[in-house]
Design a protein around this ligand. Structure first.
Ligand SMILES: Nc1ncnc2c1ncn2[C@@H]1O[C@H](COP(=O)(O)OP(=O)(O)OP(=O)(O)O)[C@@H](O)[C@H]1O
Ligand SMILES: [Mg+2]
Length: 191
């Protein structure tokens, strides 16, 4: 439909499957077992946006030091440092606690950076780390909702990376992240 805006991931076959890409302004979940290319897909999404579509990106990682991300991206020909120097990309290595509270506060460095750079694409790698916030599933669910609502409020198109060591893909048994609000945009990676 003409009035539905899509944000391409930059992966031709996948964008075709998604009828042009992710719904602009939506929050999507990308899930897969370790080593199946989740971080690479997220990085490609941001690289394509910043280098080809003039859409600044924010990569929030709870898992990998930025220098290893830069190195891995370079093996695909994506120079993230250069994009950071040009103000088109920001890589932030932080914790789920700090990121969540930053999202709530308009004057936090992360919120300010998103505003100043007019960030349009966000990748969170990985939301599986949110498990450190609480053992209580109800409480955990409310943290998930804080994150999703915070990203929606910013109007950015977001990709949440999630580890999946189970058998089902995008099934209800995967638990808390599969709230009805993001299940429609759930992709799975596999080898
Ligand atoms: N489409 C692809 N084609 C070829 N190699 C790929 C592709 N996507 C990722 N890789 C390679 O697979 C390896 C694992 O990728 P990546 O780190 O993105 O996986 P991951 O799912 O994020 O892993 P982890 O769960 O450990 O964080 C990397 O060496 C990466 O370069
Ligand atoms: Mg990864």
């Amino acid at each position: 439909m003409a009035d539905i805006k899509r944000t391409p991931l930059g992966v031709p076959g996948l964008d075709d499957m998604l009828e042009g890409g992710l719904l602009t302004g939506s929050v999507a979940l990308i899930q897969g077992a370790p080593g199946t290319g989740k971080t690479t897909l997220g990085t490609q999404f941001l690289y394509q946006g910043a280098s080809k579509a003039d859409e600044a990106g924010l990569l929030v990682t709870f898992e990998q030091f930025p220098h290893t991300l830069y190195r891995d991206a370079l093996t695909h020909g994506w120079n993230l440092r250069e994009l950071e120097q040009e103000g088109k990309l920001r890589v932030v290595f932080t914790s789920p606690q700090v990121f969540l509270s930053s999202l709530q506060s308009p004057i936090s460095p992360i919120s300010s950076a998103m505003r100043d750079m007019a960030v349009k694409r966000v990748v969170i790698d990985s939301v599986s780390q949110f498990r450190v916030l609480s053992h209580n599933p109800v409480e955990l669910r409310s943290y998930h909702n804080h994150l999703i609502n915070g990203l929606r409020r910013e109007g950015v198109t977001s990709l949440l990376v999630s580890e999946d060591s189970g058998r089902t893909l995008c099934g209800v048994t995967r638990g808390a992240w599969h709230s009805s609000s993001i299940r429609s945009s759930c992709c799975a990676t596999s080898r």
